[in-house]
Design a protein around this ligand. Structure first.
Ligand code: ADP
Ligand SMILES: Cc1ncc(COP(=O)(O)OP(=O)(O)O)c(N)n1
Length: 265
């Protein structure tokens, strides 16, 4: 029997189910991989905003991670919200011992505008986690914070993506264009080439968890053995379908529809 693709998310929670670990697990399931999750922070948030955050002790994170790795080896890992410097250090130390594709979603700012990462953690993200990332997936603001490049055009997104790979050590970078005005073009830079992941832009406020879902889809595709470029293209199709069929849930920026790919449009 063929091995079941297995994928691990290391991220924070969203009790309303739209972002973080919850979005990741839904996405893994939909894309056809067995999903597992290590929780870094418990976040009291909803579609309107973040209310409070409780960070797990490093020991609790590492014991969760060890429990997974000693029993069920994933074929890919995705990291999301990792909010403290010590968390980055210990998670990176442990992951460096494994030879696995790591998809890093550098969660720094939620759609609600709430900041999810401080400066010291950002620096460690750059120095420790980026160099072991197979793919890093910042949105435009995160790409700016990571590279110092002002990102408001495709050319600037290309410049940031190239820096993330050629200077900062990631294997590939996708600078997501979800926060642009009229388009939804994501810039992928891999092996010295740019690929524009293009889709219609939808006029909707229901985009909570788009970044988590997109990077989780890349990770699940990689766990299935699909090559990097194809994994990103399929993830773009998946997130586009998920956005195009809004659920209209919540009082703020509502979650995307993880089973959207089954619906006609
Ligand atoms: N309104 C939209 N219409 C179409 N695609 C979108 C829209 N908003 C976001 N996306 C897509 O969702 C994915 C996540 O992008 P983005 O929202 O920029 O990330 P984040 O959630 O990390 O801020 C990208 O593929 C982006 O192009
Ligand atoms: C626990 C947790 N992780 C990540 C986010 C932000 O998720 P993202 O997919 O980038 O979603 P939006 O920025 O579109 O909300 C979060 N809110 N909580």
């Amino acid at each position: 029997m063929a091995e079941i693709p297995k994928v691990l998310s290391i991220a924070g929670t969203d009790p309303t189910g739209g972002a973080g670990i919850h979005a990741d697990l839904k996405t893994f399931q939909e894309v056809g991989a067995y999903g597992m999750a290590v929780i870094t922070s418990v976040v009291a948030q909803n579609t309107v905003g973040v209310k409070d955050v409780w960070h797990m002790e490093n020991e609790a994170i590492l014991k969760q991670l060890e429990a997974v790795l000693e029993d069920i080896r994933p074929q890919a890992v995705k990291t999301g919200m990792i909010a403290l410097p010590s968390m980055i250090e210990s998670i990176t130390d442990r992951l460096e011992r494994e030879n696995l594709p790591i998809i890093v979603d550098p969660v720094m700012v939620a759609t609600s505008g709430d900041s999810l990462m401080d400066k010291e953690t950002t620096e460690l993200m750059i120095n420790r986690l980026l160099p072991i990332a197979e793919v890093v997936t910042p949105n435009m603001e995160e790409a700016e914070k990571l590279t110092g490049v002002n990102v408001s055009t495709i050319k600037e997104a290309e410049k940031a993506a190239r820096l993330l790979v050629d200077e900062m050590g990631a294997g590939a970078a996708v600078v997501k264009g979800g926060h642009a005005k009229d388009t939804a073009i994501d810039v992928l830079y891999y092996k010295k080439e740019f690929i524009h992941l293009t889709a219609d832009r939808f006029d909707t406020k229901h985009t909570h968890g788009t970044g988590c879902t997109f990077s989780a889809a890349i990770a699940a595709n990689r766990a299935k053995g699909i090559p990097v470029i194809k994994s990103c293209e399929l993830a773009k199709e998946f997130i586009t379908k998920a956005i195009s069929h809004p659920l209209n849930i919540g009082h703020g920026s509502g979650p995307v529809n993880h089973w959207g790919r089954f619906l006609e449009k």
